[in-house]
Every structure is written in structure tokens, then in C-alpha cells.
Design a protein around this ligand. Structure first.
Ligand code: LRH
Ligand code: MN
Ligand code: MN
Length: 429
């Protein structure tokens, strides 16, 4: 299998850190042992955990005001796959790539080959009816799957079916639909009618879904519509999944909620009723900021994983969440940011695995709020970095991915081959 970064660079960087890692791992193992936790059991779970990279995440995003292209940005989907290969090589936590059509449209056979070079696979397909493609007949300016115009809706349905077709050829098993449909003025659309049109359109797409595929619908409170949004909250999303069928699930993007919303409780509700499809992990301070996962509120990320681990351990029905990142970068190297995010997601998982669930259940039964919350904090405060680093090292990744990436001068090398482009695919959403 090919790698983008010379294996010698990784080996040399790891050599500098291997001894310290082993002693940190041993110390943590001893500490966890005293708490009745087998460090190797946690390590095995972390090793089996993966989060998908969004193809659009490896380019520099921007804001609605400006975009400052970075050096050596990917020019097309094949460059994007190479950047994803770097992230996987160093973190060993991101074995799959999620494509966005038409941004990543290319010959499926070539896509398959490009991923196979690095042992990468494809995750969910993402459709795009929130912007107009160059060659389309009807504009999505006033909506897509909920448009008042039947021909526009048909075009949006067909685009989603095309995404399924491409996905089938490259081994994807899910379609994610997010639409920007909504309104900017009270009275602009009829809420009921537009949602009815949307539901009908989603049903038409679902009819084309292969039996072993899942359909994910993603809600978002606002933006680009600023007064009303058709799929604005998890309740609406739940209705969609419920009305559409058994293979329709809700996708939770962490940045798509009002500030202060209790996202972990939404996660719990969706799990309880068998409709949690997966995640777009990122972080936010104000809105859909698409900041790196865990960069603003790592405790919230942990609390989300606390629900996921609870479901995993209790064998919740229809529980198989698809984990993906969804972020956009303005001031960092996207490869570095995506590596850090993948590791943050892994960290949240590993720390959630440390929660003493028996003790927690006891404190909940006896209404001991203080000890219940301290039980979570004890897990959250545990520094699991030696477990994460050990998982990477064992799989051939980097003990310190960012240091190793910088030592490889990858960005400088690709900058020489890839001239700066004004637009890297992917907008401000
Ligand atoms: C919408 C969104 C959705 C899109 C992506 C580019 O804000 O989160 O997942 O596909 O951004
Ligand atoms: Mn998203
Ligand atoms: Mn978003």
C-alpha cells in the first residue's frame, strides 16, 4: 500500500517519543487498574474506532466575506484523496472519505483506484441542492426538494439518485441529504405545504435506495435561510426519518443547533427511538461555525459520547452511528486541523469508556446529583493521550501526528505541484 509521507519520517519521529510513550502508557495503565479498568480493553476499542473525513474539509473554507486560499490546496478530488491519505497515515483514525457531489464528481473507477492506493474507503455520499451546478436547468434559489416548482423538485430528486448511483460504484452505503431550503421573510412560504413537498421528494429518493444503504437527513436551524428553514430541528428530522422508512435516520451536525441546546439529550432521544444515523462532528461558539471538534467545548463532545457509549454498552436497538467530521478552515492548515479533530473525537470516545457506569446508575437511583456528576468528571479529567498515541503507534501511525506532519514538509511539497486556486470546492456552509 502506498503512503504520501515517507515511512522513514514517521519512524524517525516515533523513535524520539516511543520510550516516553511506553512509560506514560504504563503509568496510566496502573492508574486505571486501580479503578478496575483494563487499559488494553480501552486500547482495543480505540483501535477499532474510525471517523470519516469530509472531502471538502481538506480545502480552506472561508467566510461570507472572504476566502484566503492556503498553499498547496487540493485542486480536485484526487488531490483531496491524497490529503485524506496523509490524515489516515498519521492518525490511523480516519479510514474513510465522504464525497460531496458535484464538487467531487469524477469517473467512479478512477475514484475507487485513487482511494485503493492508500487503503481508503468511501463513507456516505453527500448531495448538493443548496447551490446551482454549472449545467443545471432549474435554479435552487427558491428551494430544491421543497421547491414550489415541480420541475425543480424533480431535478433535485434526480441529483440525489445520481449520488446513489455514483456511491454504488465506489462502495458507499449511505446518502446524506442536507438542504438549504427555507425562507427569509414571514409569509414567503407556506410551512405545511413546503414540508409536504419535501417529504414527498425524500420518499421518491428513498425508493431508489439500495436495500443495504441508509438515508441520513441532516437538520440545521438556519442559514442560508434566515427566517424559516424546512428541516430546522431534530423534531422535524425525526418526523422525516419516521415517515420515510426503516432505513432513514437522523444525522446530527453539532453546529446546527441554537446556542445552549442540550445536544447530548437530543442524541439520547434519537437513540431511544432507533433513529440516530450519525454525526457531523465540529465545534461552534455562535452558529454553524465549523470549528475543529472539541476546540470550544470538549466537555460537550464528551457528554455526547457518554450517551453513545451508554447505548453501545446497553445494546441499543438499531444503533450503528456513522461518525464523520464536518469542518471548515480559515486560519489553520486543514490537514492539521482534521487530524486534531479526529483525535479529539477519539479522545471523547475513550474518556466516555472510562465512566464508571455502575456507580453512576447507583448515584442516579439515590438522587446523589453531586456524585453522579463527579463520576462523569472523573472520566473526563483522565488524560487518555497515551492510549490514543499507543493506538496510532501500533497501527503504524504517528505518536505525534502534527509534529510528524511538519517534519515531513508535505504542505511545502504539494505547494510546488499545486498552484493556489481561488476556490477549493466547498463554500461557506
Ligand atoms: C451544511 C453542512 C452540510 C453540508 C456541508 C458542506 O451546513 O453542514 O453537511 O453538506 O455543510
Ligand atoms: Mn454538516
Ligand atoms: Mn453545517
Amino acid at each position: 500500500m502506498e503512503t504520501m509521507i515517507d515511512g522513514d519520517v514517521v519512524a524517525k519521529e516515533n523513535e524520539l517519543r516511543a520510550k516516553n510513550l511506553q512509560s506514560d502508557f504504563n503509568a496510566l495503565g496502573e492508574q486505571l487498574g486501580r479503578r478496575g479498568i483494563d487499559i488494553n480493553a480501552i486500547l482495543a476499542k480505540v483501535e477499532a474506532f474510525g471517523v470519516a473525513i469530509p472531502s471538502w474539509g481538506v480545502g480552506t473554507g472561508g467566510t461570507r466575506f472572504a476566502r484566503f486560499p492556503g498553499e498547496g490546496e487540493p485542486r480536485d478530488v484526487f488531490d483531496k484523496i491524497e490529503d485524506c491519505a496523509v490524515i489516515q497515515q498519521l492518525t490511523q483514525a480516519t479510514p474513510t472519505v465522504s464525497l460531496h457531489i458535484p464538487w467531487d464528481k469524477a469517473d467512479p473507477q478512477r475514484l475507487k483506484q485513487a482511494a485503493a492506493r492508500f487503503g481508503l474507503r468511501f463513507d456516505a455520499m453527500n448531495s448538493n441542492t443548496f447551490s446551482d451546478a454549472a449545467d443545471q436547468s432549474h435554479s435552487y434559489k427558491f428551494g430544491s426538494l421543497s421547491s414550489a416548482d415541480a420541475a425543480t423538485r424533480r431535478q433535485a430528486i434526480e441529483h440525489n439518485i445520481e449520488c446513489i448511483e455514483i456511491g454504488k460504484e465506489i462502495g458507499s452505503k449511505a446518502l446524506t441529504i442536507w438542504i438549504g431550503d427555507g425562507s427569509n421573510f414571514p409569509g414567503q412560504v407556506n410551512f405545511g405545504k413546503s414540508f409536504e413537498r419535501y417529504l414527498d421528494a425524500v420518499r421518491s429518493i428513498y425508493e431508489e435506495l439500495p436495500d443495504d444503504w441508509r438515508l441520513f437527513t441532516e437538520h440545521k436551524m438556519y442559514e442560508p435561510a434566515f427566517y424559516s428553514t424546512v428541516v430546522q430541528d431534530w423534531g422535524t428530522n425525526y418526523i422525516i426519518a419516521k415517515e420515510t422508512g426503516d432505513r432513514a435516520f437522523c444525522l446530527v451536525d453539532l453546529g446546527h443547533h441554537a446556542p445552549n441546546v442540550n445536544i447530548e439529550m437530543i442524541v439520547s432521544r434519537l437513540i431511544q427511538f432507533g433513529k440516530l444515523g450519525g454525526f457531523h462532528f465540529n465545534d461552534s461558539k455562535y452558529g454553524d461555525d465549523d470549528l475543529d471538534a472539541g476546540s470550544i467545548d470538549p466537555y460537550r463532545l464528551f457528554l455526547v459520547f457518554n450517551e453513545l457509549v451508554d447505548a453501545e454498552l446497553s445494546g441499543a436497538k438499531d444503533f450503528d452511528p456513522a461518525h464523520m467530521l464536518d469542518q471548515s478552515h480559515n486560519v489553520t492548515d486543514p490537514i492539521e486541523s482534521l487530524m486534531m479533530s479526529a483525535i479529539e473525537v477519539q479522545r471523547a470516545y475513550a474518556t466516555a469508556l472510562l465512566v464508571d457506569r455502575k456507580a453512576l446508575a447507583g448515584y442516579q437511583e439515590s438522587n446523589d446529583a453531586l456524585m453522579a456528576t463527579q463520576t462523569l468528571k472523573t472520566a473526563f479529567r483522565t488524560d487518555v493521550e497515551p492510549i490514543l498515541a499507543m493506538a496510532r503507534q501500533k497501527a503504524g501511525g504517528a505518536i505525534d501526528p502534527v509534529a510528524t506532519y511538519r517534519a515531513s514538509f508535505y504542505r511545502k511539497k504539494v505547494a510546488a505541484e499545486r498552484p493556489a486556486v481561488a476556490s477549493g470546492g466547498g463554500g461557506i456552509v
